[in-house]
Ligand binder design. Structure first.
Ligand code: SF4
Length: 337
């Protein structure tokens, strides 16, 4: 355990002073409400601010209140979510809205502890909503904060084992004054100053407290266990197109990977063979190779060979406004080449 101590009061004063001058202007900071903070924080998990801005605006337009979101069909939510990935976030977002509206009169609980009981809200989001929307002295710890704390204290333990120590240090530093601004300030510091590859220590408001800056070895922190290579799966994806240009899509199961989204049928990575009626169409018609593409999921990489099969009949197949994952959009791109 690192013994170095930081003066918490001076640290948060420096950070808050910097935030007042240099904090980022973000759409979800224009009008702070629990609904808006929660929506933005769920979207921001695993996604960049630039990407989230458009989705956030579209969601607020479609669902101005949590009641509007709770009353929507799941498919409408998934359709608006298309391209953001990690679709379980969208399904949990919807479930959480339903729970808040049906069981809590549409009012978010105002403590970190209670927020943790809601679907899709993990420790980071609970702390962020509690701090930003309800001004609770809650400690946010995401990848940015892990990096800052690891550098401030030169934490030698590697991630993920170092998480308890990082959480402890981050908690000690969390300001009781303006905890809402403090949470946003430390996120901004990680996003704009204490960045992974080029920390701008010269302009850092907390440089005087930073052990790594003093030693000049910032880039060595956070220390991490080497990542295991992801398994690589392969398969074949089939785009059946009828005489009117309708494309065959099927709905995925309501549980597991990409649940409830629509897809072109494929084999080799999830299923060994196509349904009988498609196997027959495949036997009777020419399958043209139109390319290969890869997609990286959290736990594996997938490479698909894409075959295009034109059939003479007219089939009522195209479901234009159904939600499809990026994995399938990449196949569309090959078709359009
Ligand atoms: Fe990060 Fe440098 Fe600031 Fe330390 S001084 S917190 S390494 S930007």
């Amino acid at each position: 355990m690192t013994e170095f101590q930081v003066n918490h009061k001076q640290f948060s004063e420096s950070l808050l002073k910097w935030y007042r001058r240099k904090g980022r202007f973000l759409p979800w900071r224009e009008e702070i409400t629990p609904y808006r903070v929660w929506l933005a924080e769920i979207m921001l998990q695993q996604t960049t601010v630039i990407t989230v801005k458009d989705y956030y605006a579209r969601f607020l337009e479609a669902f101005p209140t949590i009641t509007d979101l709770a009353q929507a069909e799941e498919e409408q939510v998934l359709t608006l979510w298309q391209g953001l990935g990690y679709y379980s976030r969208a399904r949990n977002l919807h479930k959480c809205a339903i729970k808040v509206v049906n069981e809590l009169n549409g009012i978010f609980p105002n403590t970190e502890k209670e927020l943790l009981d809601l679907p899709g809200i993990g420790p980071y989001t609970a702390a962020a909503v509690a701090a930003i929307a309800f001004k609770e002295q809650a400690t946010v710890v995401d990848g940015n904060v892990e990096r800052i704390i690891s550098r401030l204290y030169r934490i030698e333990e590697k991630l993920p084992k170092s998480r308890p120590e990082i959480k402890e240090k981050a908690t000690e530093l969390t300001s009781e004054i303006e905890p809402d601004h403090y949470a946003q300030a430390i996120m901004d510091l990680g996003a704009t100053v204490c960045t992974p590859k080029k920390p701008n220590c010269e302009d850092c408001p907390v440089a005087d407290f930073c052990q790594a800056k003093e030693k000049g070895d910032m880039l060595e922190f956070p220390k991490k266990e080497p990542k295991k290579p992801k398994p690589h799966k392969t398969g074949t994806l089939y785009i059946f197109e009828d005489a009117q240009g309708n494309l065959y899509k099927e709905k995925r199961a309501d549980k597991g990977l990409l649940a409830n989204l629509w897809q072109f049928p494929s084999t080799g990575w999830e299923n060994d063979s196509l349904p009988d009626e498609l196997e027959e169409l495949l036997c009777d018609n020419e399958a043209v190779d139109i390319g290969t593409y890869s997609h990286v999921f959290t736990h594996f990489k997938l490479t698909l060979d894409v075959k295009h099969i034109k059939i003479a009949e007219i089939m009522p197949w195209e479901f234009a406004d159904k939600p499809i994952p990026t994995l399938m959009k990449k196949a569309y791109l090959l078709l359009e080449k």
